[in-house]
Design a protein around this ligand. Structure first.
Ligand code: SF4
Ligand code: SF4
Length: 428
């Protein structure tokens, strides 16, 4: 049983006080750049959090400004005063959730998604199978062709539907895959909840690339959803049991690294120490877990990469995933890996580290703003005319694929690990 001190999940004065209101973060903020509204800037949002901490009511206006934040943390990178904005926005959302009440249907839907669906392979398999039927039967194509979705204003939202990729990756959980050649490392791979349904092929590619690089890859039994979507939605209390389950399932497996190929998940997994800081039983375990956590690109860039790759003749640009660039402060590793693939012509796009508008489930909840931000992103991508848009997070891949469809482009959207996998496959 967990033993912990209950603390309030709300922005702490010590964190708020770090902001000196200099405004140096404003131009890094996608919502401020789109709207030019101070209250939709990092500085404006922090100002509003301070007001609430001093007793101002949590009203609809406050909630809207907080909801419209992508939690992309670009402001955190830009801030010279070390404001940990990611921590603040998550705490502000948790405070809103705990002190205000959603309507009945909102509570039921959120309760089902966050407390049942995401942590249940059985329910995710049922949902994924239904999605697969919708897509494989041609119904999705037919619905799109009717333009009914456009008339209902749902075309953008439907365009973000992930692909179901049976066989789902849940079937691999509990298995161990031997290293190819000499075993250099023993690593654990986090399969992910939605990723196991919609990015099963990416997970398989990740296993192959790791094995090619001397890793024995274990997909630990007992692992579950990392809790990232819960934390980002202001539900840290729902994320904590998931964090404890993952720690129990993985920590003592004798691993050299625990690996995630989803930057959004990895960012939260690396913050388990913070999430469980008041849990006396788990705080030290969480810190040991975090010390082993690596993004897949970070891990591979940190070892001697197997150079036995076939050239890929393609122009590639890279879209930073916010939770890798700003959350985990990793920008070099994915670019370094792309540079190591023979034949790849790398083209850096302008403002690659500005959010694409995906931001977890932000594009589903704030579709209009997400599409405005995506259009700006696609304009920057067009400038470098890539064949492939590479990124390091499944959520960004979905958003960028929607961007390619919106612009009628032909670019492929690929995870960096998929490009490596293709280069290795061609060499065998
Ligand atoms: S997290 Fe992103 S959207 Fe939110 S205030 Fe910071 S830069 Fe702006
Ligand atoms: S968050 Fe940082 S950069 Fe932005 S206004 Fe505050 S101190 Fe300045």
């Amino acid at each position: 049983m967990a033993v912990f001190t209950v603390v309030s999940d709300s922005p702490q004065t010590v964190d708020l006080d770090r902001c000196v209101h200099c405004g140096l973060c404003l131009q890094a903020c996608p919502t401020y750049r789109q709207l030019g509204v101070e209250m939709d800037s990092p500085r404006g949002r922090i100002y509003q959090m301070v007001q609430v901490s001093e007793g101002a009511p949590i009203n609809d206006e406050y909630r809207e400004h907080i909801d419209l934040c992508l939690a992309c943390r670009a402001c955190e990178t830009a801030c010279p005063s070390g404001v940990e904005y990611g921590r603040l926005i998550e705490a502000a959302r948790a405070e809103i959730e705990s002190k205000t009440k959603r309507n009945w249907s909102g509570r039921v839907v959120r309760g089902f998604i966050f407390n049942r669906l995401l942590s249940s392979p059985a329910l995710l398999t049922i949902a994924g199978s239904g999605l697969w039927l919708y897509q494989a039967s041609g119904l999705q194509r037919a619905v799109r062709a009717t333009h009914v979705l456009s008339l209902l204003g749902l075309a953008d939202l439907e365009g973000l539907t992930p692909r179901a990729e049976p066989p789902f990756f849940f079937g691999q959980i509990g298995k161990t895959f031997p290293a190819q050649g000499e075993r250099r490392y023993r690593v654990a791979l986090l399969a992910g909840c939605i990723s196991s349904v919609s990015f099963a092929r990416l997970n398989e590619a990740t296993v192959r690339v790791l094995r090619r690089n001397g890793c024995e890859v274990v997909i630990p039994a007992g692992q579950t959803c990392c809790g990232a979507l819960h934390v980002h939605s202001g539900l840290p209390e729902s994320a904590r049991p998931l964090a404890r389950r993952n720690i129990d399932a993985i920590l003592d497996g004798g691993f050299d690294a625990i690996i995630s190929n989803a930057a959004g998940c990895g960012s939260t997994l690396k913050e388990y120490g913070h999430l469980l800081e008041h849990d006396h039983l788990y705080v030290h375990k969480a810190k040991r877990f975090v010390a082993l956590m690596k993004d897949a690109t970070e891990f591979l860039a940190g070892i001697e990469l197997n150079p036995d790759m076939h050239p890929l003749k393609m122009r590639v640009t890279y879209q930073d995933s916010c939770h890798l660039a700003h959350g985990q402060k990793i920008k070099k590793a994915p670019r370094q890996l792309l540079a190591q693939i023979p034949g790849v012509e790398f083209r850096e796009m302008p403002m690659a580290d500005v959010c694409c508008g995906s931001a977890g489930i932000y594009n589903v909840l704030q579709t209009e703003m997400a599409m405005q931000i995506l259009d700006s992103k696609m304009a920057n991508i067009q400038l470098v005319q890539p064949d492939v848009i590479a990124t390091a997070n499944p959520g960004c891949m979905l958003q960028l694929e929607a961007g390619v469809r919106r612009t009628g482009g032909k670019q492929k959207v690929m995870h960096v690990l998929e490009l490596l996998d293709e280069a290795y496959a061609a060499s065998s």
